[in-house]
Design a protein around this ligand. Sequence first.
Ligand SMILES: C[S@@+](CC[C@H](N)C(=O)[O-])C[C@H]1O[C@@H](n2cnc3c(N)ncnc32)[C@H](O)[C@@H]1O
Length: 274
Amino acid sequence: MRPFLKWPGNKYRIIEAIKGRLPVGKRLVEPFVGSGAVFLNTDYERYLLNDNNPDLITLYKILKKEGEPFIQYCQTFFTPENNSSDKYYELRALFNRTDDSRLKSALLIYLNRHGYNGLVRYNLQHELNVPFGDYKRPYFPYQELLFFFKKTSQAVFTCNDFLQTMAEARPGDVLYCDPPYVPLSATSSFTAYSAGGFYLDRQKDLARMAEELSGRGIPVLISNHDTEFTNRAYQNADIQRLQVQRFISCDGENRKKVGEILALFAPRERAVNP
Ligand SMILES: C[S@@+](CC[C@H](N)C(=O)[O-])C[C@H]1O[C@@H](n2cnc3c(N)ncnc32)[C@H](O)[C@@H]1O
């Protein structure tokens, strides 16, 4: 099942490769859950799902608590009258100033489907600043929301820094870590998903913590770009390489294959799914 949100770096396209590498375990811990492509397409008993984007985690918590009435409320924003540039910017401004978390969460879905290219971009004041997408008839992801909601009974959502979530892992857990990508070239010096950015020292913290957890018997799978930096950072892991078709430029036309890696920090004695 596809995630109900369009999300930068969403892993739906390589889900089979990820599933093939994820070890067995009781609980899957995702410190960077994003749109939840891995949560939705795996079958663990329990999940600990974390992201440091508070708008995203608030939305998930409200969906978990309310279910279908909330989904129907979200759908009320998907009208032909709301699909104009003026209305979009009005609702974007409302999203940025409201303290009503139910309204804000519903607007996040509206903005994600009516904004340009599924971008999720904030300015330094943590205001969403994605321009209008001008799509003919934006899709309301009813079935996708319902599927996500049904799985939430197995999930706990948190909004913390990834290191805190990793520190909560216990034997029997499996971790899947999908951090913001390391830049492919030196010219793109960082990848920012939310205000603050995610720099290389944080990528090193992640690799160090993964090694530490696998040393304590807890397996950690990390996905990232295949670069000199990641190969060095994950040198003690078992690395699988794959080529992924991606849209690279902002005009959405420029398709290119990009090298990605799945690095498994595995305690030796644990079994891996066939
Ligand atoms: C590549 S995306 C994850 C995509 C996800 N696997 C999916 O399928 O949609 C990376 C996520 O990390 C989150 N993030 C960035 N910095 C973080 C931090 N310090 N701690 C926790 N999450 C963080 C971003 O908000 C973003 O949702």
